[in-house]
Design a protein around this ligand. Structure first.
Ligand code: S3P
Length: 426
């Protein structure tokens, strides 16, 4: 379905977004692993998190309620039931990578499958470290889904040094390692999101730029109640729209302010963005607060490579901010973008060319300059939710509006995007 977005003059009001996708995935997984009933409030309504819910139902967990209040009766240590069919991870890399770490410690065989996009994404990055823990897999030749995970007698602890900056890989190793009495360790040289560590109370030690994590069965989850903070990645589309449309003031409530996720706010503030934080609180290690965002005259700034892992999901919408800001936008050191839900470097550059901009594509980033054309452009989403919503925001800021093909993929992270825009422009 192609969705039309007309130009908006301003947005105004308060916005309650759904729960953070990364935290919700983990909450559903950890509640399913724990023994007894857990409650998750404000769980994400994204299709990705529902892929996780559906996998854990197939593994024998009772999951009832809705995103306001989800009740999960977990199966306890190694208590999952062997599923009668392959587990479908849909479009969700987080589901596929993290569940691999859990399933390699069970005493039955499982097969993971996914949609067309997920079936192209690299799984070797989890197969390699989990194999060092003694896990056994039957991967496709190219190391993608479908992936068969085979039972083994026992796993062995590891001391692993991360070779790719990935919270999904780190979390998969942790989730396997917490099935062992012995302590395993991971050293990460680039900070990636740390929701797994926070929710499982994993001890970390910082030395210079590196972090060492220590984990064992002592970190195996126990039942809990959690209110999930709102999703900062979903918020970033509304932040950029408010900053760049005239006379806008928007309050986005209870947004996750986890320090491994707030790089987007830091960069936008450095670009002269008027963003203030109110009412910040911390619950189970996760900080959240209200963001007040006002129209601003943005100016491009250098984006340091050290912040890339922190803003990896926000780069598409950040580049839209950069395109309307004073000066040229350039980003490098972001080759991970090539293995996301789409090759996001190719996808962004393709759409920027449609908008009439000068584009310089690199293996690990891109540079854009010039003024957008005066046409009603039709953008490709590449079936990628963040590309779809980024060009929806572009269209709403462009004098002629614009269209985004296959916009329905936005539901992968935010099924309510169009409704929320309508509320803020009413
Ligand atoms: C995620 C980690 C990131 C991110 C993804 C969600 C997570 O992926 O891009 O959307 O929840 O752990 P990588 O860890 O592969 O960079």
């Amino acid at each position: 379905m192609s969705q039309h977005f007309k130009r908006i003059e301003k947005i105004k009001g308060a916005l309650n977004l759904g729960g953070d996708k990364s935290i919700s995935h983990r909450a559903v997984m950890f509640a399913s692993m724990a023994e007894g009933e857990s409650t998750i409030l404000n769980c994400s309504s994204s299709l990705d998190v529902w892929s996780t819910v559906s996998c854990f139902r197939s593994l024998g967990c009772k999951i009832d309620g809705d995103t306001n209040q989800l009740k999960i009766i977990g199966r306890g240590f190694k208590g999952f039931k062997s599923p009668s069919h392959p587990l479908d991870c849909g479009n969700s890399g987080t589901t596929a990578r993290l569940i691999s770490g859990i399933l390699c410690a069970q005493n039955f065989e499982t097969t993971l499958i996914g949609d067309e996009s997920l079936s192209k994404r690299p799984m070797k990055r989890v197969i390699e470290p989990l194999s060092k823990l003694g896990a056994k897999f039957r991967p496709s030749e190219v190391g993608t889904l479908p992936l068969e995970i085979l039972p083994v007698d026992s796993l062995i602890p590891i001391n692993y040094e991360m070779s790719v900056a990935s919270a999904q890989v780190k979390s998969a190793i942790i989730l396997a390692g917490i099935h062992l009495n012995e302590v395993s360790t991971i050293i990460e040289h680039e900070i990636t999101r740390n929701h797994t560590e926070k929710l499982l109370s994993i001890v970390t030690e910082k030395t210079g730029d590196s972090t060492k994590l220590f984990f064992s069965r002592k970190n195996y989850p126990q039942k809990f109640e959690l209110t999930v903070p709102s999703d900062i990645s979903s918020a970033s589309f509304f932040i950029v729209l408010a900053l760049l449309s005239k006379e806008s003031v928007v309050t986005i409530k209870n947004v996750s302010l986890n320090e491994t996720r707030t790089g987007i706010i830091d960069i936008l503030k450095k670009m002269n963005g008027d963003i203030t934080i109110q009412n910040s609180k911390t619950e189970l290690g996760e900080t959240y607060g209200d963001l007040i965002v006002r129209s601003s005259n943005l100016v491009n700034t250098e984006i340091p490579i050290s912040i890339i892992a922190n803003i990896i999901d926000e780069i598409p919408i950040l580049s839209i901010a950069g395109l309307f800001a004073k000066g040229d936008f350039k980003i490098q050191g972001a080759k991970e973008l090539r293995v996301k839900e789409s090759d996001r470097i190719t996808a962004l550059c393709h759409n920027f060319k449609i908008a009439g901009l000068s584009v310089n594509e690199f293996e690990d980033g891109f540079e854009i300059s010039g003024e957008p054309n005066n046409s009603v452009n039709t953008f490709e989403s590449f079936g990628d939710h963040r590309i779809a919503m980024s060009f929806a925001v572009f269209s709403m800021l462009h004098k002629e509006g614009g269209l985004v093909n296959n916009f329905e993929c936005a539901a992968i992270s935010n099924p309510n995007f169009v409704k929320q825009i309508a509320e803020l422009t009413a």
